[in-house]
Design a protein around this ligand. Sequence first.
Ligand code: MRU
Length: 374
Amino acid sequence: MPCPDFTKYHDKSIRQRCIFSTIWLLLLCTSTIIMAFKTSISPIRWENDQLVLLDQRFLPARLDDYVCDTLEQAAQGIADLVVRGAPAIGITAAYAVYLGYRQHLEDSSYDLDAALKQLESARPTAVNLAWAVREQQRLLDSTSGDASQALLNNAQRIHQQDFTDNIRMGDYAAELIEPGSSVLTHCNAGALATAGYGTALGVIRSAFAQHKLDQVFASETRPWMQGLRLTAWELAADNIPVTLIIEGAASSLFARQQIDWVIVGADRICANGDVINKVGTANLALLARHYGVKFMVTAPTSTIDMHTANGADVEIENRSAQEILGENYAGNEKVTAWNPVFDVTDADWVNAIVTEKGVILQPDRENIRQQMES
Ligand code: MRU
């Protein structure tokens, strides 16, 4: 940032005001940079020729690593929620394709095509997984000879790009937030769900650094408790105070407190703006409409699926009943559980979608297409 020339200001009060505003601006920029630096919780690392995932199953109790030498280990890690959140799943998949290619070079009988299909089916809803596999596959098809280095470079590029995109999204979205706002987020769309910084939590980090947030609420997010275990952990680590609610308390929260925005990430955004995100998101969007609370979705353009017309066409992942029942009713066939882990939020219920390319207000097929083509 160029340093202003104060000598041209002869009036002392103007000079003082100018010095104050410059100091204020410097402090603001520094705090944003410090926030960005401080929040580099890294759920995914490439170290010593291995893919290292921070094992999110044990957070916040333990910081354990899950190390992958093979595509299959990475695919299992995605399926078991060692790593989760659409962008983080995509980055992991990009590295996994490289690992699979390496396995194929070592053993020519290794069926890479079948392995890639297995990888893609590890979690069907988050579109970043298929997107990352497709990006790597395209590179593979266009490279003659040994594609190892190109695949690894591309995975690292996807990884770094996601981090930069998050910072950009945070800055765009923070412009929509008025000083003194209170916000609610759902699940975990934070550093842990991305390369670092986060989509929804990236917005919260940027807005907090700009002193715009009075209160941050997070819903615990049953049954896996991403809100309780991951979001609260991340925010507390960054000294951002957070109040947890159970999902069932959202209506009471909106009725009693002035909540300005619900801010969530997305696992997939369809061509018409329908948003697929953690189950419970659609409930929040409907309640938000009822109470006049604005609803924001932040996601990189890699989460926008222009090939899927609307939410009705998306396969919603169902996970095991065991995640809900736990040890209860073991062996009792009369009690079971239904566990869809995502739901569809109608585009009409969304006030803004924010990507690394900018803000889309009142999303629809046309303004989404325009941004994707920009
Ligand atoms: O099942 P998960 O934990 O992978 O689901 C992740 C989400 O749905 C998050 O809410 C998030 O918004 C999408 S990824 C940033």
